[in-house]
Ligand binder design. Structure first.
Ligand SMILES: Nc1nc2c(c(=O)[nH]1)N[C@H]1C(S)=C(S)[C@@H](COP(=O)(O)O)O[C@H]1N2
Ligand SMILES: [Mo]
Length: 220
């Protein structure tokens, strides 16, 4: 086909085009000056604390799965090999926990949420994501935040596989929101039209959780 000819528009190409256009609005964060790197009310730590509900699942790669469901053109149920076959990327980012510690410069490796979304192709009605984990944890966030350019389904940290206590073999990292949105031991990503509260959000935490706006609790 020469460049003046147009391929006929199929359902697939129109969906891909619409998603690519929607991507223009998913611009991630506004670039911040270095002086604004530590959000208000946070203090820096050098170690990496472990926080969870106290049930750290023992997952084995042979039976591990990740499902992507809801308002998507191509629902997926990936086993470990299929997940590893997705494009792999590196991303460096800071952690901000609502309990007021932050940790700078964490080097992650895994699958960018954008690359996963390119595969499943969200429908136009999809606006929120509900994450569910192997320990029964859940958390919700806007699709635009989930699709931020530095959000990653991480399998390694500082060149080593993510330990079980930090959510291995795979955890989400959404650096521009408080860390409770970054589900460890992630099992399911469900795209929805409406927002509903996950575990901590039902227990008083903020529906969005932007550290620079100190969106810690639902009244903030
Ligand atoms: N599956 C799961 N993910 C979770 C949690 C949890 O209890 N279960 N806790 C959240 C909270 S409150 C925080 S602060 C971070 C802590 O991650 P870390 O233990 O790797 O520091 O994980 C988040 N993701
Ligand atoms: Mo947390």
């Amino acid at each position: 086909m020469n460049e003046n000819e147009q391929a006929p528009e199929t359902k697939l190409t129109s969906t891909k085009r619409r998603w690519a256009q929607a991507g223009k609005f998913l611009t991630g964060r506004i670039a911040r000056p270095e002086t604004d790197r530590l959000p208000p009310g946070q203090r820096l730590v050098k170690n990496w604390p472990v926080l969870d509900l106290g049930q750290q699942p023992h997952l084995i790669l042979e039976t591990w799965r990740l499902d992507v469901t809801g308002l998507v053109e191509n629902p997926l149920s990936l086993d470990w090999n299929a997940f590893q076959a997705l494009p792999q990327s590196d991303s460096s980012s800071d952690i901000h926990c609502v309990t007021s510690w932050s940790r700078f410069d964490n080097r992650w490796h895994g699958v960018l949420t954008r690359d996963l979304l390119d595969h499943v192709m969200p429908r136009s009605e999809a606006a929120y994501v509900m994450l569910t984990s192997y320990d029964g944890y859940s958390t919700n966030l806007p699709l635009a935040d989930f699709a931020a350019e530095d959000a990653i389904l991480a399998t390694s940290w500082e060149g080593e596989p993510i330990t079980r206590s930090h959510g291995g073999p795979m955890r989400l990292v959404v650096p521009h929101l408080y860390f409770w949105k970054s589900a460890k031991w992630l099992r399911r990503i469900d795209l929805r039209a409406a927002d509903s509260a996950g575990f901590w959000e039902r227990n008083g935490y903020h529906m969005r959780g932007d550290p620079w706006r100190e969106e810690r609790y639902s009244g903030d």
